[in-house]
Design a protein around this ligand. Structure first.
Ligand SMILES: Nc1ncnc2c1ncn2[C@@H]1O[C@H](COP(=O)(O)OP(=O)(O)O)[C@@H](O)[C@H]1O
Ligand SMILES: [Mg+2]
Length: 415
């Protein structure tokens, strides 16, 4: 089990961390190819690089020794470049793909031991999937598409139409109930897909890059929809994306995958502030740090009783960007306050050094070893993100566009 998934390493204030896991994944492997099962069973094979494994065995380890818990009520993001194993991983959770080795539990129940009918119940009631290509039924109306999952569950016609209508309204499709998918925009169709997954009231929603095919502005709308639904309902979500900005925006925690393995698992702040290795560092290099890191990272002890007693008060969870605004407005250092106590102060220099990337993130509660940012010389091995000639803020290593940047031409396939 990855050390960062343990409750003991989470901040004491994080109540989600104390909740029981919905999904618990341990030592999970999915190997494609001949005699796949020997790969996880043989430590020599299990340790090979993807290229070596392919040439020695003809196998691909799409998921390689992955462990994590998805806690109740969190948005757990799995991020990685195309081919890193994200889809295979999320499909293993409900055995749409059969794992090769390892354990998966939902609410403590062994998923790998489930028989057909138990599995069907898992997919229909407990863990609903929202796909990238919507999977809508073209000849049915919006309302009937949303009611479909309830129909499969055997809910009566009147009740399922009533429930579907409520969900349709919830995702902002009121008035479009009688349209067919072909009469909707891409964003509206994705809302139908989302509504259909929500209609069965699943314990956990699984999203496999649902917004990748959407135009940037519509995509941002959908992300906000997810944030809103999560805030209002506290529903547990596993969200797959190749888009760093999307991951940072939605994730309570992010598992960053590379070649089937999780290279880092942590909060957005941990990933951006304390990258586990050069690969992660390169991945997050252009993220506006002040929008992700909190003042906890930037604060220092008050220099005097006077400093601890004056200046604007900000929460420890406030971003550096928010603190900059407070300090600029007040013209004095700000106090980081919780329950009437002053935890520390931040002044303009402290805050600017976070923006500049010269602050030591280990100054906060983080892993001290992770604080040293190797200046520029990130070494990225085969399959790593390409080195950029012209880095620009907000651009991810895979060069896909971010919803927070001005709307550009999308590199995604058209809907
Ligand atoms: N059915 C399959 N047979 C063989 N290889 C597969 C299969 N599905 C996925 N793979 C391989 O597994 C790796 C991970 O794929 P995938 O899970 O689709 O990645 P992602 O969703 O991150 O793009 C890729 O190398 C892919 O080619
Ligand atoms: Mg995929």
């Amino acid at each position: 089990m990855n050390a960062t998934t343990g409750n003991t390493t989470a901040a004491a204030t994080d109540t989600v961390a104390e909740r029981p896991p919905v999904f618990s994944v341990d030592g999970l492997w999915k190997v494609f190819g001949p005699k796949a099962a020997r790969v996880p069973a043989d430590p020599d094979l299990a340790a090979l690089s993807p290229a070596e494994l392919r040439s020695r065995t003809g196998c691909t380890a799409a998921v390689a020794d992955v462990s994590f818990d998805v806690r109740k009520g969190e948005v757990f993001v799995v991020m990685g470049l195309s081919g890193s194993g994200k889809s295979t991983l999320v499909r293993c959770l409900t055995r749409l793909v059969e794992p090769t080795a390892g354990t998966i539990a939902i609410d403590g129940e062994d998923v790998r031991a489930m028989d057909r009918s138990r599995l069907r119940a898992l997919r229909r009631h407990r863990a609903a999937m929202v796909f990238q290509h919507f999977g809508l039924l073209p000849h049915r109306t919006v309302l009937d598409n949303v009611a479909y999952g309830l129909e499969v569950q055997g809910v009566g016609r009147a009740e399922r139409r009533e429930r579907a209508a409520a969900i349709v309204a919830k995702v902002g499709l009121e008035g479009l109930e009688q349209r067919r998918p072909g009469q909707l925009s891409g964003g509206q169709r994705q809302r139908v897909g989302l509504a259909r997954a929500l209609a069965v009231d699943p314990e956990v929603l699984l999203f496999d890059e649902p917004f990748s095919a959407l135009d940037p502005l519509i995509r941002r709308d959908m992300q906000e929809e997810v944030v809103r639904l999560h805030r209002e309902e506290g529903r547990t979500m596993v969200f797959i994306t190749h888009d760093l900005q999307e991951a940072l925006k939605l994730g309570d925690r992010i598992a960053l995958m590379r070649d089937g393995r999780v290279v880092q698992l942590g909060t957005p702040e941990e990933i951006v502030g304390s990258p586990a290795d050069d690969y992660v560092r390169e991945f997050v290099r252009d993220v506006p740090r002040e929008q992700v890191l909190t003042v906890r990272t930037a604060m220092r002890p008050a220099a005097s009783a006077d400093e601890a007693g004056t200046g604007p008060a900000i929460r420890p969870e406030a971003t550096v960007s928010e603190a900059i605004e407070a300090v600029a407005r007040a013209g004095s250092p700000a106090r980081v306050m919780t329950d009437g106590r002053c935890l520390g102060v931040v002044d303009a220099t402290d805050l600017l050094s976070v923006v500049a990337g010269t602050a030591d993130p280990a100054a906060g509660s983080r892993d001290p070893a992770a604080g040293s940012r190797a200046a520029g010389a990130a070494r990225v091995g085969d399959g790593g993100p390409p080195a950029r000639a012209k880095p620009s803020v907000g651009e991810a290593p895979d060069r896909r566009r971010k919803p927070t940047t001005p709307p550009p031409a999308t590199t995604e396939e058209p809907v």
